[in-house]
Ligand binder design. Structure first.
Ligand code: SF4
Length: 360
């Protein structure tokens, strides 16, 4: 059978809603330019059918760039001495959240490096204050903590937790994230689900040492975890890291991975990531057209932004939150879509709210 026929068969299985096998994913991920257009169109159709035309704008507040981790691919790693470190005060975080909510964000994403300066109690207080004062859902993205800490944050009102596994290959994981294991990461994701969070995860496309098989494994792992959000971003070599001389991930491969994740997780929320836009100015717009339905405008005060440097060349460094929000709205409109005004909860909560079965 010709490669084209194998591709067409795999695509047809996907179009008919049949579960894609490892082999199907491998064939689809190897699509050439013409084939990938069909894949993107199908992912866009599936996105429209399952999560509609609305795009959720989640206001991202990067409140600390301190990190005890030393991941080889990340500019925030503790051994990167060239980075100017900062922490926002609770008052500054609240002020940024207010600004984001005033602009229209119905979700606030609180993100930082792994920084234990903020205790779970500190963060719980902040979360409950935010939930009390603002009409927003809250996503936390602060990396590894204990189960008890996750529980405390959930009880304080956090709705969602984003914990990317980055790669599904245990050896590559431990090589790139020294001192940690994929098993521990997955254990934490399981805790978060047990605690009732809407859980997000994701990977990095184009990591040094990543093969096509590993990338297929990433997509399968996202399906197995049944995540409600999945962040698919490219590897971008960061100055001051051991991987600074490696080539960046390929935009087409990022978009194909995103499209395939839309096919295997039709109801999930998938962001058009800023890192995709860093690879190519049209990257986010293209992502919106091949499966994405979320944008995370940066609501971090402008004075701190340039130091949240996970990778270089990040877009929007010199912008005020208002500009970042306005650009996101414009992008949504130019994709022929509309900005959502609801919280943009995961599908389990959406279903429960519809049927009145009590998850809040
Ligand atoms: S990936 Fe996360 S844990 Fe690793 S160095 Fe970067 S911020 Fe720290």
């Amino acid at each position: 059978m010709s490669v084209r026929k194998v591709f067409a068969d795999a695509l047809e299985r996907a179009a008919n809603g049949r579960e894609l096998s490892r082999e199907d994913l491998q064939v689809l991920l190897g699509a050439d330019e013409q084939e990938s257009t069909s894949l993107f169109e199908l992912a866009d159709e599936v996105r429209s059918r399952f999560v509609g035309e609305e795009v959720h704008l989640r206001g991202l507040i990067e409140f600390s760039n301190y990190c005890t981790g030393n991941c080889l691919y990340c500019g925030l790693r503790k051994n990167n001495r060239s980075l100017v470190r900062y922490r926002m005060s609770p008052e500054e975080i609240m002020e940024s959240a207010r600004r984001a909510a005033d602009l229209g964000c119905r979700t606030i994403v609180l993100q930082s490096g792994e920084d234990r300066y903020y205790t779970a109690e500190d963060l719980a207080e902040l979360i409950s204050r935010m939930k009390g004062e603002l009409d927003v859902a809250i996503t936390i993205s602060i990396g590894d903590r204990t189960r008890t800490e996750y529980e405390l944050l959930k009880e304080a009102g956090a709705d969602r937790y984003l914990l990317k596994f980055e790669t599904s290959d245990p050896r590559l994981f431990s090589a790139l994230r020294p001192g940690t294991t994929l098993e521990e990461r997955l254990k934490r994701i399981a805790w978060l689900k047990e605690l009732g969070y809407q859980v997000g995860s994701g990977n990095i496309v184009g990591l040094p040492g990543q093969s096509l098989e590993i990338l297929v494994g990433d997509i399968l792992l996202l399906r197995r975890l049944g995540v409600e959000m999945a962040g698919i971003g490219p590897f971008i070599p960061a100055d001051g890291t051991p991987l600074e001389r490696f080539p960046p991930g390929d935009l087409e491969q990022v978009l194909m991975t995103l499209a395939l994740v839309r096919l295997v997780l039709p109801r999930a929320h998938l962001p058009a990531t800023t890192a995709t836009a860093t690879l190519d100015s049209q990257g986010r717009l293209r992502a919106l057209k091949c499966g994405a339905n979320v944008i995370m405008p940066n609501m971090t005060p402008q004075s701190y932004r340039e130091n949240y440097r996970i990778y270089p060349g990040k877009l929007g460094i010199g912008e005020m939150p208002e500009e970042s929000y306005a650009k996101a709205v414009k992008m949504v409109e130019s994709a022929g879509r509309r900005v959502s005004r609801d919280y943009g909860h995961g599908y389990r909560v959406r279903e429960a709210l519809k049927t009145g079965s009590g998850i809040s």
